[in-house]
Design a protein around this ligand. Structure first.
Ligand code: NAI
Length: 327
């Protein structure tokens, strides 16, 4: 048996946490031969609820669960963490402007970034799920000056999975028949689900659907899927968000399949003309625990306009939180 790795999860008593922890402990994220120690962070009032979650984790008698830690102290939660899934965030309250939301989350992700900087493994893999995910990831990264900026990523995998499944449904295929989708940019309604390189059963996706459907139905439906789920379920997506977080981390840690790519929110290195530094959804391949941007994709005017619009939103978000970066 391998030595256990430490997986920190914040917002562990929330609804995504409840769907996530059991899958991590059962080996879905890192493999059926990798024991894990779960280090769970919550705010103080939620610690009793978290105790209940831990009772249930214990009651599963998972062979791979090598220990649990429950705490309201980020310095404890991120101690020696190999993986960190930052799920807990400040939800948008009525009347709150986007800027207020960004600042409120800065109060969470700044200190958490610092605690990761001070206590986590030097090659920790951080995934930010809590919204606004891309800019929260940037805030955490900017408060962790001793770590490689590439340690910090944001989740656009749920959008990627949604885009795969909606294209599969339209073309009468299975999601496993769909390849080459990219979610560019922000995990928000400006994200751009790009089908220009996508294939279904090996044939170009855009030859199998009409442009009007792509532009006026598919793109808005992928962008607005989160809102549609809230309307239907009365609560935001949780199991699918947890599943996407598992997929993101598994791809990063264990690698992507040859010839395929996935979408990850990662620090831009200027590829595809995107402002360096912002956390932007890119097509990536993963190998040996590292990710790399897929280069050389042709970008037409249709794509360029949408990639630039979502980049603009991320620049604006960054401008709103720059004061929260470590000097
Ligand atoms: P939830 O409200 O059920 O749970 C959030 C938990 O975080 C709560 O238990 C709360 O006590 C905890 N929390 C709040 N501040 C914390 C802090 N400073 N440290 C540790 N824990 C803290 O929310 P849910 O449904 O689990 O969603 C969590 C986040 O994920 C939200 O921001 C949501 O918008 C986001 N989300 C992101 C998606 C993506 O694709 N990137 C998809 C779906 C949700």
């Amino acid at each position: 048996m391998k030595a256990p790795v430490r997986v920190a999860v914040t917002g562990a008593a929330g609804q995504i946490g409840y769907a996530l922890l059991f899958r991590i402990a059962s080996g879905d994220m890192l493999g059926k031969d990798q024991p894990v120690i779960l280090q769970m962070l919550e705010i103080t009032p939620a610690l009793p609820a978290l105790e209940g979650v831990i009772m249930e984790l214990n009651d599963c008698a998972f062979p791979l669960l090598a220990g649990t830690v429950a705490t309201d102290d980020p310095n404890v939660a991120f101690k020696d963490a190999d993986f960190a899934l930052l799920v807990g965030a400040m939800p948008r309250k009525q009347g709150m402007e986007r800027k207020d939301l960004l600042e409120a989350n800065g109060g969470i992700f700044g200190p958490q970034g610092k605690a990761i900087n001070d206590h986590a493994s030097r090659d920790v893999k951080v995934l930010v799920v809590g919204n606004p995910a891309n800019t929260n990831a940037l805030i955490a990264q900017q408060n962790a000056p001793d770590l490689d900026p590439k340690c910090f990523t944001a989740m656009v995998r749920l959008d990627h999975n949604r885009a795969m499944s909606q294209l599969a449904e339209k073309t009468g295929a299975h999601s496993t028949d769909v390849k080459g989708i990219t979610i560019w940019g922000n995990h928000s309604s400006t994200q751009y689900p790009d089908l220009h390189q996508a294939t279904v059963n090996g044939k170009p996706a855009l030859d199998q659907v009409d442009q009007d459907w792509y532009e006026n139905t598919y793109i808005p439906e992928v962008q607005q899927r989160g809102a549609a789920i809230i309307k239907a379920r009365g609560a935001s997506s949780a199991a699918s968000a947890a599943s996407a977080a598992i997929d993101h981390m598994r791809s990063w840690a264990l690698g992507t399949t040859d010839g395929e790519w996935i979408s990850m929110g990662i620090p831009s290195d200027g590829s595809y003309g995107i402002e360096p530094g912002v956390i932007y959804g890119y097509p990536v391949t993963c190998k040996g625990g590292k990710y790399e941007i897929v280069q050389g994709l042709k970008i037409n005017d249709f794509s360029r306009a949408r990639m630039d619009a979502t980049e603009k939103e991320l620049r604006e978000e960054r401008a709103a939180v720059e004061g929260l970066f470590a000097k």
